[in-house]
Design a protein around this ligand. Structure first.
Ligand code: NAD
Length: 389
C-alpha cells in the first residue's frame, strides 16, 4: 500500500545524478547483502535470449496489471536503459487492449493466466515480473521459472516460508535468477543508511526506531490486502516489511529473535481477518534493538537510528518520492530518483550476467522467516521467538 500521502506529484529526478547513483549502485552488494547471509545459486548455465549482445534490452513481462504495475512499473519501464516492457499477463481482456495500444505491445506477447506457460516459447521475454496479490507470487514465480525465465517477485516474496523455499528451489532447478522487488536498495537515501550503519560511520549502531503505516480504512473493505488468504496478513506483510528490511540493512545483520504484539482493533469493518496494527522488536543479539510499528489505520513513515557518536533519520522514508534525510552532521544532500527504473535496470544487469541480484530470493526468504516469527510472537501474546536459519 505504498500509494501514500507523499505521492502527490510524480516528479522524478534522474538527470544529473547518474554518476552519483552509478557509483552508489556499484557499492551496493556489500551493503544490501549485509554480512553475506544469502546463499547464491551457484554454477548455473543459462541461455538468456540475446545475451551475447550488450546492446539488446531485456524484455520484461508484467504479471498482474493492478495499481503498482499501472502507476509505477510500466511508466518506469519507459525510462529503463537495460530492459523494457515487452509483454503482459492479465486476466482482464479490456486491460490487455488498453496496454497493447498504450505501450505498443504485440499480440504475441500478451498472455492470460491460463496460457501463461506458453511464455516459455517467447524469445522476446527474458524476465517475468510477478505483481500479484502476495499469496499468488509462489505459483507464478514457479511457473515462470519452469518457462526458463528470470523472475522478479514483488514483496513480500511469499506468505509462508515453505512457499518461499519452493520458489528458490524452482529457480535454482531451472537455472534462472530470482530477485525481490525491493526498490529501496536502489535509492540513495537508503543506500546512505546502509553505509552509515554497516560502515559504522558514527560508531556502532545502538538503537533503531521505524514505522511504516498507510491508511486502508477509506475505501472498500473487500480488497485482497484485507483478505488473509490472499495477503498472508495485514500491514506487517505490506508495509512493515520495509521496517524489517531497514533494520536488517542498517545493522547488516539478521535478528536473532523478535517479540511482537498486535494493536487493538478499533475498526472491525476492515480488520476482521488481518491485524489493524502491530508493534514489534527485533533483537540483533549484540545489544541492538529495532523498535518497529506498522498500521493500516493511519499514515506515517520514518526511520531513525542512533549510533555511538551520532544519529540519522529519514522521514518521509519509505514512499516512492519526497524522501528527506538528516544526520547529526546535517541534512542529507541526496536526490530523489526513479527507484523502480533503477531497480529493474539493476536486476536486469545482474540477470544478463546470470548473477544474483543484490536483492535475491534468499533475502526474500530471510524476511518471510522474520515476518512469520513476528506473527508467531504476536499470536502468543509477545513471547520471544528466535529466528532460525
Ligand atoms: P492491486 O490490487 O492494485 O493489483 C493486483 C492485481 O492482481 C490486479 O491486476 C488484479 O486483477 C490481479 N489479480 C489476479 N488475481 C487476483 C485475485 N484473486 N484477487 C485480487 N487480485 C487479483 O495490487 P498492487 O498494489 O498492484 O499490489 C500487487 C503486488 O505488488 C503486491 O504483492 C504488493 O505487495 C506489491 N506492491 C509493491 C510495491 C512496492 O513499492 N514494491 C508497491 C505496491 C504494491
Amino acid at each position: 500500500m505504498e500509494s501514500n500521502p507523499f505521492q502527490q506529484d510524480r516528479r522524478r529526478f534522474l538527470k544529473g545524478v547518474t554518476l552519483t547513483i552509478g557509483a552508489s549502485v556499484i557499492t551496493l552488494p556489500l551493503f544490501s547483502m549485509g554480512s553475506g547471509f544469502f546463499e547464491s545459486p551457484q554454477g548455473q548455465e543459462l541461455q538468456v535470449a540475446g545475451s551475447g549482445s550488450q546492446q539488446r534490452k531485456l524484455g520484461v513481462a508484467l504479471v498482474g496489471l493492478g495499481k503498482y504495475s499501472t502507476d509505477q512499473l510500466a511508466p518506469a519501464l519507459q525510462q529503463t536503459k537495460d530492459c523494457y516492457l515487452a509483454g503482459i499477463v492479465t486476466g482482464t481482456p479490456s486491460k490487455a487492449q488498453e496496454w497493447k495500444a498504450k505501450y505498443n505491445i504485440p499480440d504475441k506477447n500478451v498472455y492470460n493466466y491460463s496460457n501463461f506457460d506458453k511464455i516459455a516459447d517467447n524469445k522476446d521475454i527474458d524476465i517475468v515480473y510477478v505483481v500479484l496479490p502476495n499469496s499468488m507470487h509462489a505459483e507464478y514465480v514457479i511457473r515462470a521459472a519452469k518457462a526458463k525465465k528470470h523472475v522478479i517477485t514483488e514483496k513480500p516474496m511469499a506468505t509462508s516460508v515453505a512457499d518461499a523455499e519452493r520458489m528458490i528451489a524452482a529457480c535454482r532447478e531451472n537455472g534462472v535468477q530470482l530477485a525481490v522487488g525491493y526498490r529501496l536498495h536502489f535509492d540513495p537515501f537508503h543506500q546512505r543508511v546502509m553505509e552509515l550503519g554497516q560502515k559504522q560511520v558514527y560508531g556502532k549502531v545502538q538503537h533503531i526506531n521505524t514505522t511504516n503505516s498507510g491508511n486502508q480504512t477509506h475505501g472498500s473493505p473487500d480488497i485482497w490486502r484485507l483478505d488473509r488468504e490472499l495477503s498472508g496478513g495485514g500491514p506487517l506483510m505490506d508495509m512493515g516489511i520495509y521496517c524489517v528490511q531497514a533494520a536488517c540493512y542498517t545493522t547488516g545483520k539478521t535478528p536473532v529473535a523478535v517479540t511482537a504484539r498486535f494493536g487493538e482493533v478499533t475498526n472491525s469493518k476492515y480488520f476482521s481477518e488481518v491485524e489493524q496494527s502491530i508493534n514489534w522488536q527485533m533483537d540483533f543479539g549484540d545489544g541492538v534493538i529495532a523498535e518497529c510499528n506498522s498500521s493500516y489505520a493511519e499514515s506515517k513513515d520514518m526511520l531513525e537510528a542512533k549510533a555511538e557518536k551520532g544519529w540519522w533519520k529519514l522521514g518521509p522514508s519509505y514512499g516512492y518520492e519526497g524522501k528527506k534525510g538528516e544526520t547529526s552532521s546535517g541534512k542529507m544532500d541526496l536526490p530523489n530518483v526513479y527507484e523502480q527504473a533503477l531497480q529493474m535496470d539493476g536486476q536486469a544487469e545482474s540477470f544478463r550476467k546470470n548473477q544474483p541480484s543484490i536483492t535475491p530470493g534468499e533475502m526474500g526468504l530471510r524476511d518471510v522467516k522474520i515476518l512469520m516469527a513476528i506473527y508467531e510472537s504476536a499470536r502468543a501474546g509477545g513471547k520471544r521467538v528466535t529466528i532460525t536459519g
